[in-house]
Design a protein around this ligand. Structure first.
Ligand code: FES
Length: 104
């Protein structure tokens, strides 16, 4: 199971002693992305308990939907860049420290 989550934060949230739950004595950080009190767990993760492996979910306005995996154009561009970087690395491995071709 996978979940698409939209977050608006652009930086970290530092925890301090006031974040400790008075009743439980701990701090529970949300890892499902559905908490209304993010970054703290509020129990919303229970909604994910019946998610199926191999599916991608979106939770919106209290509703859950299965969506196709999102593949971006950027991903394809990254793969092309990775191929070019690998080609450059191969070329560099064949050069010795003086910049000439290495004889194997
Ligand atoms: S882990 Fe996200 S609400 Fe509990």
């Amino acid at each position: 199971m996978t979940r698409l989550v939209e977050l608006e934060a652009t930086g970290p949230r530092t925890l301090d002693p006031s974040d400790i739950d008075d009743e439980k004595g701990d701090v529970a950080v949300c890892q499902c992305g559905l908490s209304d009190t993010f970054p703290f767990c509020d129990g919303s993760h229970r909604r994910t308990e019946d998610e199926e492996d191999g599916e991608t979910y979106v939770y919106e306005d209290g509703e859950r939907a299965v969506v196709d995996r999102v593949v971006t154009e950027r991903k394809a561009e990254d793969e092309d860049e990775d191929e070019n970087e690998n080609e450059n690395e191969d070329e560099n491995e064949n050069e010795d420290e003086s910049g000439g071709e290495r004889e194997d």
